[in-house]
Design a protein around this ligand. Structure first.
Ligand code: FES
Length: 266
């Protein structure tokens, strides 16, 4: 289904960590949005035609509002232009896009909700909505700028890892899982590909059901750049497409981990 571009009003924006911005917008995308989905945001600069896909961090259906938390990726980028906007401005968006995390699979299970880097934000709405027996939120950061930590603590048990060891476990999210002796029956994760590859391997070795969001691979989010392909595994439901590339933005960004091939370079 093709969705139309909409001018969303910015309700508020603030920098919540170095180069990490939190923006609330009023949009009709909030009516149907689910955890794990994303919106594509356009700049008002005509030279930047392709939008930026940004994951949904929180959904407020009553207010018809969405929160996005994103990292500014450099000077003169679309995300830098977004960061300069504020209350009263409008921003063209399309959404919600992509599939969401399958929440119903977690019922009566011990779940890991894992986010790394700029894959941390979508874990918040997931943590708010998921119903499971045990909610263990494991989030990995570069340093002690542990954005969204307070919100996570209101929604489950929180374990933190930092690359420089300045908060929580020194290392990555897998190190935090091992150091704290955590166990799960189901895993939901979002973050950089090397982290997702490690989580997929861990899930396979331990026979744990696992869903991962590959949103970091996306560039435009609307099927226009072909920069987001990922290779399916031989488990892919449509046997004719098994082992072939699919677009992350239209087939994902959330996949059953066994459905995709994340081997180095894949
Ligand atoms: Fe551009 Fe998928 S992100 S085609």
């Amino acid at each position: 289904m093709t969705k139309e571009k909409e001018n969303a009003a910015i309700i508020s924006q603030e920098e919540i960590a170095h180069g990490i911005y939190s923006m609330w917008i009023r949009t009709k995308a909030a009516e149907t949005a689910e955890p794990g989905q994303f919106i594509s945001m356009y700049t008002n600069d005509g030279s930047k035609l392709l939008p930026r896909p940004i994951s949904i961090c929180e959904i407020d259906k009553e207010k018809g509002a969405l929160r996005v938390v994103y990292r500014v990726t450099g000077e003169n980028t679309g995300t830098e232009l977004f960061s300069q906007m504020g209350e009263g401005d409008t921003i063209p968006v399309i959404g919600p896009l992509g599939n969401g995390f399958p929440l119903e699979k977690a019922l009566e299970k011990r779940a890991f909700l894992i986010g790394g880097g700029i894959g941390v934000p979508p874990i918040l709405e997931l943590a708010k909505q998921i119903g499971c027996e045990k909610k263990q939120i494991i989030v990995g950061y570069r340093n002690d700028e542990t954005f969204l930590k307070t919100e996570f603590e209101q929604n489950g048990e929180v374990y933190i890892s930092t690359e420089d060891g300045s908060a929580g476990t020194k290392g990555n999210v897998m190190d935090a899982i091992r150091e704290n002796g955590l166990e799960a029956d189901i895993i939901y994760a979002c973050g950089p590909t090397p982290m997702l590859r490690a989580i997929k391997n861990y899930a396979e070795e331990n026979g744990i059901e696992c869903y991962i969001s590959l949103e970091e691979r996306m560039a435009c989010g609307v099927g226009a750049c072909l920069g987001c392909v990922t290779r399916t595994s031989m488990h892919w439901a449509d046997a004719e497409k098994a082992g072939l590339p699919v677009q992350t933005c239209t087939s994902g960004p959330v996949f059953w981990a066994e459905d995709i091939d994340l081997k180095a370079g894949a």
